[in-house]
Design a binder for this molecule. Structure first.
Ligand code: NAD
Ligand code: ZN
Length: 358
């Protein structure tokens, strides 16, 4: 057995208001003439007070990241090319936003120093050179993108991350104050991404004590904020931020499972986003995760959220087949969920029936 030598984020600062330390944190990484580039979630575009707290100096760039759609390889290439043409290189890329912006920032950092196009690096360990200095600053919590070894991108061929030891951030800034403005529905969908990471990791065949210890803590925090507390408060933001971190650490050393494998198919064919897509699927996964789905239903009820239903009604034969192909391609996810003989258990027919129920 060969064990994975797991590359982690180098530095973590945590605490309410720690965003204001960003200036001093990044100062040693500034290079003469090369700007720091701040990629800011479009949600903050018109928030003058927040923008004033971003430590812009000299020729630093503040770019607004369009997150109408989840990040695309073409979007990464466009930003990286523009920066290289304008400045040659940059001192660093700082992503301030949800999972989409953090993934975008990590990918742009890598594409500043690697030749070709982002799509060339979608896969495992294809990235050749370290990226420029990169910082992830979540403003929504749940995806675990802040501690991830991948940055998920939709390319012309597939939706797949640039998985590599060069992908994790050099620094993350975890300031629970930044997530307080997330609307209830979005907070639930992205928060449930974390809950589902926990269930899929803890119920998976790849589980080990490393993943379990993080997964159990993250699960406990999710249960606290989404089940055991009646009102959302500042402490809930703190708990959810740490749940996202721990949930991300849990799957980093194991794998996700059925909800993610099925939801990738929905994303590919229907453009359904990660958080809500996972909820739509998990809602119907009693046969795989009976306890987790029961608890999920309680959380949905308590938060008073509508999970969309009937989204695959009227799809063509070809669309169903594409979803099934995309999903069955995620072999490690299925193997984690169902074991080595997963192909015998998850036939095309069974998966088709599952898609029809969504
Ligand atoms: P998101 O980044 O797509 O953002 C959702 C919405 O919330 C956007 O409209 C955004 O503008 C808004 N928003 C951001 N911060 C806000 C704030 N503080 N207040 C109010 N609104 C705010 O959502 P997400 O669920 O965080 O991320 C999903 C993305 O993460 C997907 O692209 C998915 O592929 C990726 N992801 C990556 C990993 C990984 O390991 N790298 C893991 C899971 C998901
Ligand atoms: Zn996820």
């Amino acid at each position: 057995m060969k064990f994975r030598n797991f590359k982690m984020v180098d530095y973590v600062v945590y605490g309410r208001g720690c965003f204001d330390q960003l200036d001093e944190i990044i100062a040693p990484h500034r290079k003469e003439g090369a700007p720091m580039v701040f990629l800011l979630d479009q949600y903050f575009e018109n928030d003058a007070a927040f923008k004033a707290r971003i430590p812009l100096k000299g020729n630093d760039q503040l770019l607004i990241a369009d997150v109408t759609y989840e990040p695309k390889t073409s979007q990464v290439d466009a930003i990286a090319t523009q920066l290289k043409e304008q400045f040659g290189t940059v001192s660093g890329i700082i992503g301030i936003g949800g999972g989409s912006v953090m993934d975008l920032a990590a990918a742009v950092s890598l594409m500043i120093t690697n030749p070709g196009k982002a799509e060339d690096y979608q896969g495992w360990d294809l990235v050749k050179n370290p990226g420029v200095y990169k910082v992830g600053i979540p403003t929504i919590s749940g995806t675990g993108a802040e501690v991830s070894r991948t940055c998920v991108l939709s390319g012309p061929e597939r939706k797949l991350g640039m998985n590599s030891d060069f992908t994790p951030f050099d620094q993350i800034v975890l300031d629970p104050e930044l997530i307080k403005s997330v609307p209830k529905n979005q907070r639930f969908y992205t928060g449930m991404d974390c809950y589902i990471h926990c269930i899929e990791s803890l119920q998976g065949t790849y589980l080990n004590a490393f993943s379990q210890s993080y997964g159990e803590k993250a699960l406990e925090l999710c249960q606290k904020v989404f089940l055991n507390k009646k009102e959302w408060d500042a402490e809930s933001d703190e708990d959810l931020m740490m749940a996202s971190y721990a949930g991300g650490m849990s799957i980093a050393y194991s794998q996700v499972g059925v909800a993610h494998a099925v939801s990738y198919g929905l994303a590919h064919v229907l453009g359904v986003k990660h958080g809500i897509g996972n909820c739509i699927v998990f809602n119907h996964l009693e046969e795989f995760y009976p306890e987790g789905v029961k608890e999920f239903h309680q959380m949905v009820k308590q938060a008073d959220i509508d999970i969309p239903q009937g989204i695959t009604k009227g799809l063509t034969e070809e669309q169903f087949n594409t979803m099934i192909d995309v999903s069955l391609n995620m072999a490690p996810l299925w193997e984690n969920a169902l074991g080595k003989n997963w192909r015998e258990q998850m036939t095309r027919e069974r998966l088709r029936k599952l898609y029809e129920r969504l």
